[in-house]
Design a protein around this ligand. Sequence first.
Ligand code: GRF
Length: 187
Amino acid sequence: MMKTIAVFASGTGSNFAALTEFFGDERRGVRIAMLVCDHKDAPVVAKAHAANVPVFTLNYRDYANKAAAEAAIVAALPPVDLVVLAGFMRILGPTMLAAFPQRIVNLHPALLPSFPGRTGIEDALAYGVRVTGVTVHYVDAGVDSGTIIAQEPVRVLPTDSFATLAPRIHQVEHILLPTTVAALLAD
Ligand code: GRF
C-alpha cells in the first residue's frame, strides 16, 4: 500500500528536491502529501509547486506561541505515516511531538552526537575533525538528540573550507535521507 510523508523545510530545499525525485518513482511506494514551510517566500515552496506537492506555509509570528502554530500545522496536515524534517530550522514542541509519536525524523549535517545545532558543518571544520558526515535521527524534545537511525561519514580534507565541504555533505544527504525514509516505511 502507498505510504505518505510530510516534509518540513525552511529554506533552499535541496533535500526536498532529492525526496521528490526519489519518490517520484511510484514503485517506491511513498507519496509526499504535503510540504510545511515557515517562510512563505522560501525557494523550497516554488520547488513544491513545481512538483505538484500541496504546500502549507505559516508565519510563526501570526500565532500566540509555538503550541498555537504547531496546532495549526497539525490541523492542516493530511494523515501521514512519517514527518520528515529536511532543513526545518525550528525546534519542535510538545504539540507536534505528541501528534506524531516516534514518527518524526530529522536530517543533520554532522555525525551526532558531535556538533548538534544549526552550524554542524562549520563546527566540525572549526574543531578540526578529519571525519564528519550526515545523520538521520528520530526527533525528541532535545536539540538533535533523538535516537540515531542512519549515518554516513564524509572525510574532511586539511584544505577544506565551508565552500568545499558543504557540497560533499549535501551530496551524501541527498542519498541518505530518501533511502532511510524508504527503509523506515518498508518495515
Ligand atoms: C541540510 O544541510 C540539513 O542537514 C540541515 O539544513 C540543510 C537544509 O538544506 N538541517 P536544504 O534546504 O535541503 O538544501
